[in-house]
Design a protein around this ligand. Structure first.
Ligand code: PNS
Length: 160
């Protein structure tokens, strides 16, 4: 069997401990894991692509089989370019499932050979999202334990 390359795509604005939990799980079952940041997102981001790349690189430095990259356009096109066999996505709760299923099925329609694999983060991260982290930080709340310390520092600097 050829080594399995998986892509873990997302906005990562910013990376949370939930993302890192999933990355760690992914590193154990895939040979290589590419964490891919979507560039052309419609959403107005808090952190630039360069900042998000830096934060992810710092937070995943201990994993030897993880790479951080960015992509534009369709995920399936990027996956084909990278010769990836798997898309990794996290499912925190049933509420995630409907949208994730829709994306997985659409991606399968676009590229039938590409498999989406869902993994669940640790239960303590089941309520965690980048959106809530941004909101809490912007309103002066503590995000301790929800994101890496370096990300917490950057969030504080960003909202002053
Ligand atoms: O972190 P997010 O915002 O939940 O990630 C969503 C992401 C980046 C996985 C999704 O928006 C995506 O794959 N966008 C790329 C464009 C694309 O392929 N769209 C069709 C999806 S079926």
């Amino acid at each position: 069997m050829e080594p399995v390359l998986a892509i873990y795509p997302g906005s990562f604005d910013p990376v949370t401990n939930g993302h890192l939990d999933l990355i760690e799980r992914g590193t154990k079952i895939f040979d290589r894991l590419v964490v891919a940041i979507l560039r052309n997102n419609e959403k107005e981001p808090l952190f630039s692509i360069a900042e998000r790349t830096e934060m992810l690189a710092e937070a995943t430095a201990s994993f030897t089989n993880v790479e951080i990259d960015c992509f534009n356009g369709l995920l399936v096109d990027y996956a084909r370019e990278r010769k990836a066999r798997v898309i990794l996505r996290g499912i925190r709760a049933i509420s995630d499932y409907e949208f994730e299923l829709q994306m997985a099925m659409m991606n399968r329609k676009l590229q039938p050979g590409l498999e989406t694999v869902f993994m669940m983060p640790a239960v303590e991260y089941s309520y965690l999202s980048s959106r809530l982290v941004r909101e809490i930080a912007q309103l002066g709340g503590s995000v301790g334990g929800l994101v890496p310390v370096a990300v917490e520092r950057r969030l504080r600097a960003k909202v002053i």
